[in-house]
Design a binder for this molecule. Structure first.
Ligand code: GDP
Ligand code: IMO
Ligand code: MG
Length: 423
């Protein structure tokens, strides 16, 4: 049984928690896209892990972790993550593989991300400044790309880096009047990355297919969310990869036909970090209530997340393009305590069949709301669907009806045990 877990909103839906829970019954967890822009939180007892590059299966001592071709790897972040796990007594030795084809994020990518955002002023995208866009641009452009295989063949990288950095410096000086970057410094860093990371680098596509043939269960962990997908999200306020489940095939070389179940993770409301349209946004006290109660501050950048009601059209669209079979709804507990809760439906004067990802069309739509009575009680200790207050059950049912998919997992708190399974 191979499962893909993806976000169906604008990221931070709680994918880390869902993947961690499902990983108990899977052998291998694969990250197939995005990079250190992701921040996936796993809470085990009183320990909290925030993972940016390592798959969320990393916290389980026997789970194999794979970073596949589609990921852009920042070696500095990865090494910090490996060290911090090792300080907590968790070793990745013998159970961690990185694709030789995965691209590498280097200092000049992060510099370019920052300089470009600064130069855009109020028109900025609000990126995480993790060098994601510039690294994927180099990947698509090909001539100046550095891959994990180049770190392994470190001798050959010296000349290549000199060329790349000379080119980047011309652009940085001409466009941003920025200080030049030193190729020798970057090469020295790459030597360290090579020495520490080469042991993990291999052909992960061949590895994954061998494991599938051997009957292993694989869990594919999406990063970001469908509405941040480069081709299907609210462009240009998106990330630079196919963050919906559509990215899984190209991202790791395993065709969707080999994946048995696609689980879409949603929050019981909606959040978004950075700029871009958000039809059901609450720029009022209720939005602040959700932000405070749900601790809605970015795992990667610490920025306050924008909060709004659950938008059924957004999730229906994301589920449709992603071939989603079932929903995991996190943060139901966060809505508890509100007098009323709402489910948003984007409309364009009249009902629309599909959420428009085109932002010009989106600027013309409005969000209408179905209002339900709130559920006052604290949900954090509820351990079965039957024990939920009647109105909380009604809310889940209303989401199922609006999206047309069953909610099979419900989150009532950040920890593993605060999870209700309905299957
Ligand atoms: P991801 O990027 O999709 O993995 O999500 P993040 O980890 O960035 O953000 C989700 C946040 O919500 C984290 O702080 C989680 O610990 C927390 N969380 C996950 N599920 C629940 C839930 O059901 N209730 C509450 N209160 N917190 C949750
Ligand atoms: P996880 O995996 C939420 C957002 C950024 C910005 C836009 C582009 O934790 O759900 P980028 O740095 O990718 O060029 O930024 O995408 N973004 C995320 N928002 N969760 C994420 O990841 C995100 N990764 C990128 O805030 O709006
Ligand atoms: Mg996150």
């Amino acid at each position: 049984m191979n499962i893909c877990v993806v976000g169906l909103q604008w990221g931070d839906e709680g994918k880390g928690k869902v993947v961690d829970i499902l990983a108990e019954k899977n052998d291998i967890v694969v990250r197939y896209g995005g990079g250190a822009n992701a921040g996936h939180t796993v809470v085990i007892g009183d320990k909290k892990f925030a993972l940016h590059l390592l798959p969320s299966g990393a916290v389980r001592p026997n789970t194999v972790c794979v970073i596949a071709n589609g990921v852009v790897v920042d070696p500095e972040v990865l090494l910090t993550e490996i060290d911090s796990l090792s300080q907590k007594g968790i070793s990745l030795q013998g159970r961690f593989f990185i694709s030789e084809n995965a691209h590498v994020v280097l200092d000049y990518h992060k510099a370019e991300d920052r300089l470009r955002e600064e130069s855009l002023g109020k028109n900025k995208i609000g990126t995480t400044i993790r060098g994601i866009g510039p690294c994927y641009s180099d990947k698509v452009g090909r001539s100046f790309a550095v891959r994990m295989a180049d770190l392994v063949n470190i001798e050959k990288l010296k000349d290549k880096l000199e060329n790349i950095v000379a080119y980047k410096n011309k652009i940085f000086a001409a466009l941003y009047n920025a200080q030049p970057i030193n190729a020798a410094d970057i090469y020295e860093k790459c030597k360290v990355y090579s020495q520490k990371l080469s042991q993990y680098v291999c052909d992960t596509t061949a590895y994954l297919h061998e494991q599938i043939d051997g009957g292993r269960n694989i869990l594919f962990e999406g990063a970001q969310g469908a509405l941040l997908d480069l081709d299907h999200g609210t462009f240009p306020f998106v990330t630079s990869s196919n963050a919906s489940s559509l990215g899984v095939g190209p991202g790791c070389g395993v065709p969707v036909q080999m994946i048995n179940n696609f689980i879409g993770v949603v929050k019981a409301y909606t959040t978004r970090v950075g700029a871009g349209p958000f039809p059901s946004e609450l720029e009022n006290e209720t939005g602040q209530y959700i932000r405070d109660k749900g601790h809605e501050y970015g795992t990667t950048t610490g920025r306050p997340r924008r909060c709004g009601w659950f938008d059924a059209m957004v999730v229906k669209y994301a589920a449709r393009i992603g071939g989603i079979n079932e929903l995991a709804m996190m943060h139901l507990d966060t809505l508890a305590g509100l007098d009323e809760v709402k489910i948003g439906y984007t409309i364009d004067g009249k009902e629309i069949k599909m959420f428009p990802s085109n932002i010009d069309k989106l600027s013309k739509v409005q969000c209408v709301f179905k209002t339900l009575k709130g559920f006052g009680e604290d949900l954090s200790e509820v351990d079965s669907f039957e024990k939920l207050p009647a109105m909380a059950k009604e809310y889940v049912k209303a989401v199922e009806d609006a999206v047309g998919l069953p909610v099979t997992i419900i989150g009532v708190g950040p920890s593993r045990k605060q999870t209700i399974f309905r299957k």
